[in-house]
Design a protein around this ligand. Sequence first.
Ligand code: ATR
Length: 286
Amino acid sequence: TQHFIVIGNPIAHSKSPEIHAQFALQAGIDIRYQRQYCPDDAASFTAVIEAFFHGGGMGANVTVPFKQVAYDCCAARGGLSEHAKTAGAVNTLMINEALLQQGASIKEAIYGDNTDGQGLVNHITRLGWPLDGARVALIGAGGAARGVILPLIQAGIGSLTIANRTVSKAVDLVNELSAASSVIAAQQIQTCATKDLSGTFDMIINATSIGLSGDKLPLDDTLHCQYAYDMMYGRDLPFLQHFAARDAQTSEGYGMLIGQAALSFERWTGHKIDVAKATAALSQNT
Ligand code: ATR
């Protein structure tokens, strides 16, 4: 049996154990995947993951509020993938086997990756929404927005506009990521205030946390798109209602959750997941 955990605080609501159990069924392997509560401080997080990997754990998912702590932890130990580096956050932990073979201890070999942004791209691809050459507007400049920028550019989008309530945060984000990644630097990225976002885009993605507050984004009447995606899920999403009323195709972000989980599972076990099939099986269980 291979052991996995998802670490967060709170954690009781996490759907990851059901999702990974479905993947294991599809892959025909025996796993145990548990929710792991952790007190909200860096020392506790480090102690929990070190104990987990020392005990033979194969991989861990990291969720709110530990994704940045996990990043710092891996930066000082077994290293970070390029996606983790540009996201500034880690959602997937594993052991860097190459370092172990070079004589590192298990705790020195804890390595961080980030599959959130590629999970989004995979879901959009499953929806059949074309990304190649697409004119994309991304609303938000926090952690969630940051993690999807490199994967969207790698998917071949034509142009990217980042809109945020606080424009300076969008500008800072673009400058920081352009300095860190030549792939991002090569893409001309526009920035503006969310209320000033106007015109026609192929796709508009909401990466703000506004869905949690019940507030509405100030969306301009002249703003149109063919596809609207909200990274939130499982609640009323006024952002999607706004564009559905304007004839756009819409999607909430549950498929992104399954997409990132599938990529984590593949990195840990080497088994490729048919995500559409797993999603259908999961919806039958609920
Ligand atoms: P996350 O990790 O979910 O991205 P975050 O890093 O705190 O969380 O970022 C939250 C994002 O949602 C930001 O882009 C924030 O805009 P500001 O940078 O201007 O704060 C946006 N956001 C949150 N609440 C909002 C609201 N009520 N109206 C508009 N934007 C909001």
